[in-house]
Design a protein around this ligand. Sequence first.
Ligand code: ADP
Ligand code: MG
Length: 919
Amino acid sequence: MASGYRNGTTKGALKVDRPLSMNSNVKTSSIKSKSAQSPYNAPAIRRSGQAPISGSAGPVKDDSVVSGRVRVAVRLRPRNAEELVADADFADCVELQPELKRLKLRKNNWDSDTYEFDEVLTEFASQKRVYEVVAKPVVESVLDGYNGTVMAYGQTGTGKTFTLGRLGEEDTAYRGIMVRSMEDILANISPETDSVSVSYLQLYMETIQDLLDPANDNISIVEDPKTGDVSLPGATLVEVRDQQSFVELLRFGEAHRFAANTKLNTESSRSHAILMVHVKRSIKGRESSILSENGNTSHLVKSFKPSLVRKGKLVVVDLAGSERIDKSGSEGHTLEEAKSINLSLSALGKCINALAENSAHVPVRDSKLTRLLRDSFGGTARTSLVVTIGPSPRHRGETASTIMFGQRAMKVENMVKIKEEFDYKGLARRLDIQLDKLISEHERQQKAFEDEIERITIDAQHRISEAEKSYADALEKERLKYQRDYMESIKNLEEQWAIDQKKHCNDRIGSGPKDGCLDKTCNREGSSASISEEVAEVKKALENEICLRKAAEEEVNNLKSQLVQWKRSEAAGNAEIIKLRKMLEDEAHQKVKLEEEITILRSQLLQLSFEAEETRRSLDRGGSGKFLNGLGSLMSQVRHPHLKDPGNGPKASIAKLFEQVGLQKILSLLESEDADVRIHAVKVVANLAAEEANQEKIVEAGGLTSLLMLLRSSEDEMICRVAAGAIANLAMSETNQELIMAQGGISLLSMTAADAEDPQTLRMVAGAIANLCGNDKLQTKLRGEGGIKALLGMVRCGHPDVLAQVARGIANFAKCESRASTQGSKTGRSFLIDDGALPWIVQNANNEASPIRRHIELALCHLAQHEVNAKDMISGGALWELVRISRDCSREDIRNLAQRTLTSSPTFQAEMRRLRIEF
Ligand code: ADP
Ligand code: MG
């Protein structure tokens, strides 16, 4: 804007770089350097002495923290009937210049102050436009996982409720910001994966009342000590599925507000109405599939990531009338009421002043309203404020103060932060389903494989036996044929021979007596011819025989080669069987691996269901179970989010896991290569160790040794913490205490204590040592191995939980030692005094935390029972504490013990006489 437009005549006006716009879409806002932009695509206000705000605009997904100034719009109410008459002759006290986003507040007829706002809404501005410029950008941010606040501030009757809470049932054009916001939210979520739930409250006289459950009229604010997030676990939370049920809820809340106000003899303008809308959306596409594409199951565990959920919270606040700040105390308000109306609104004003001035101290804790709105001003939410004013010159003072409030709020800078977390519950559900699928698929494959092997084996056997049979048949047939042929040829030859023989004889008889010489010649000739004939014939027969024999030989060869072939195919069949056998072995191997993966998955699943259960419990503790009584049938269509509690979650799961996986397997996972698996496994073991029934089994299976090994070898503090916790649980039985000591437990725990930073780790270690301190037999050894020194070393952390465990350890030790001294097995001064514990004991004897105080009081009484300790105790200042305990201790038994001890010790008696302590 023009540099001439400065503070000379414009009180409280701000210097801006260019006109501000509130209605641009968050998602489309772009990053520009130089004039750094706020999340609503408007440039940041530059304040003197402050560097320009840098950073990106809009909820950029990976850049989860951006700066964002509180956006302020001013809305002027049209003149009402009374003003039309009464102020007819007067001009309005303000003049609006919406295109310049300026407002002029008339001082008198000739002078006015000019102020600039992010948006200036005239008396003609429609509800739709007001929603779009004031609330829509906030709603969009909430859908993207940010917290958001929309608030109305102004004098009673200027239109706060009109702007925010109007239901618009008579005319939808009148619908206010609450209704329109829900409409936008419901249109942008998917009912299968996302959820919306609301609480509706009234803050009156520093008391929070549940507008959705009339009986619930004193809800407390809970602050997370770590994150500083505030929540109202006692408030009814109703899941909203459709617009109609939401409008009904608002109407119900409004009716109750009216009733409550009537009962308290007040009106809504004196209380603050607060609507909280929780939007939970899951982010898709960020979850990798359970099996990698090649089906390699070894990636299975690691690739499983829980999906992200974004949790945005929209808070819509219809504030009490701002005139209450000035007028409270007057006009018949009760003193109490005036104080608390003053308290919440004026505390808000103070906080905004402090923030606007960048002051070091912001008095957030001064009122319930400022505690509730801690995130809205100077926090991580996107905040939009609409200040409402009336036109009447008679209320010029109120109007001016409202405008100044808005101007200061414009200077408040928030650091807008996305709220994302992993959906472990959902993951656990999906893992469960996937696990069942995997197991049944595996079984199916196994069965199919076995069937196939059986089929192939039967088939091969069948083929082999058929081949053998047909070969034997063919051989037999051939043999018979050959035999037959052979016999036939022999027979033929014999017949032939017989014929020849006969013929030869006949020839010789016929030619004998007639002509001798001729006969003789003839005969000789005739006989030689027949012989040669005979020979030729025999030769022929022989050739024939040879041919036949050759054919037979060929046939035999043929059969032989056939036989070889059959043998070969049989061998091939055997090779196939061997191959299948190998495949079977591979499959079995794969199965073993798969089972291991399943074991890991199961342990992970258990751990997840534990975490989910824990989360659920902590949610449940906040509890919204009152809703059903309250709303009854009116809201029967609205589902209560936590009604379906099976109630036997983790214990049943443990028993199931125990059965299914087996302790040995769980313990073997403690040595896994994979750090994630190790962490899960140690958590599972710790959970098991928390159940007394499991402890003996765990120790028997070597679990205690494995846990101690983890303390020795692991550098991961989380593992050490969980392992120490499990050891602390196991260290409750005497047998286990001895085992722990025998395995060097004290030096391992001392080592962990020396390295750890995290109070929770120290608490576990101190708890374990404290248990060991209570064992009479182990006193000397425990002290000799530095147990007391290790305990004392942990007080450096200062966390009350750790100190309580240290105090318990010291009390246990002192008790055992006192017993040993009484029995005569211990002589001389207490080891506790020797190891330098006395100063800390004296220092904390009156600690404000009762668990610490009680243990130390007991320890002092035990120490004081033995005269050998009296001198040191007197010089260390313990006598004063004993006297105090004997007088003031809230526990009668300890008080009596201290009294008895003091009266029975001559040394203490003498000192008390010397100091003139009356006793
Ligand atoms: P507040 O909540 O600030 O006390 P209300 O919202 O109850 O004020 O408004 C007071 C009266 O003025 C109501 O009758 C309301 O309908 C009317 N009113 C307020 N703002 C407008 C507006 N912009 N247009 C028309 N009527 C309005
Ligand atoms: Mg109102």
